[in-house]
Design a protein around this ligand. Structure first.
Ligand code: BEZ
Length: 219
């Protein structure tokens, strides 16, 4: 996926949304996390379910300090009409802004173009891309799904929690980790540092190599 990706700083773009004109850095703020997610187009079935599910989870994301920001490449008037369908289908108010990108400029700058799909006029369309942006305005994680595959919003919650824990404690999350389960201590943390940092104690898993690199801790 060429273009802006994890570790890169997002440009301070300005765009039209269903909440008026927004400047990206103002929206992110100094402390916040932002989930920026794109959709192939308005009035399409999978997108309608995804935006509705994001609306249903909005309070959960807010409690994690994360704001939602959607993008679909139709204009604001189209988005406003579409929101009525989304709310009727899911039953939750769409309280987050939806960016309009009718000229497909933003999706190129944000690396959200679907390499395969085109609209009926042959124009490029967004994929189901999702960037999680940290308080430092850098992309911390990206998903790229094809139009045929709706995203799992529980997975978005899970990875935000994993990113926030990793940012706080010098730990990482193992395979299939779920919130509340043990995490692993980063390999860059020496035994002396680990003893100091994790006073609650941690488990060093015995392995055939004899190397003590798999250390589990509850934080
Ligand atoms: C959908 O949201 O359902 C969709 C959009 C574009 C292509 C295929 C499906």
């Amino acid at each position: 996926m060429p273009g802006i990706t994890i570790g890169d700083t997002l440009p301070d773009l300005e765009f039209q949304t269903t909440h008026g004109k927004i400047r990206l850095y103002d929206y992110i703020g100094d402390q916040g996390w932002v989930i920026l997610f794109s959709h192939p187009g308005d009035f399409t079935p999978v997108c309608t379910t995804e935006l509705g599910m994001m609306a249903a989870y909005a309070d959960k994301f807010a409690a994690m300090g994360a704001k939602l920001l959607a993008l679909s490449c139709d204009d604001v008037n189209s988005h406003q009409e579409w929101i009525k369908d989304i709310e009727a289908y899911n039953g939750h108010k769409v309280t987050y802004p939806i960016i309009a990108d009718p000229n497909r400029e933003l999706i190129k700058q944000l690396n959200m173009v679907d390499p395969d799909q085109k609209d009926p006029a042959g124009n490029q369309v967004p994929s189901r891309a999702l960037h999680i942006i940290g308080p430092d305005k850098k992309i911390k994680l990206s998903f790229l799904y094809p139009a045929s595959t709706g995203r799992n919003i529980d997975e978005v919650v899970r990875v935000i929690e994993a990113l926030q824990i990793a940012a706080k404690y010098r730990v990482a999350t193992p395979a299939n980790w779920k919130p509340g389960e043990a995490v692993v201590i980063s390999p860059s943390v020496s035994k002396e540092e680990a003893d100091q940092m994790f006073k609650q104690g941690y488990e060093t898993v015995p392995l055939p190599s004899g190397e003590e690199y798999l250390r589990l801790v509850k934080v």
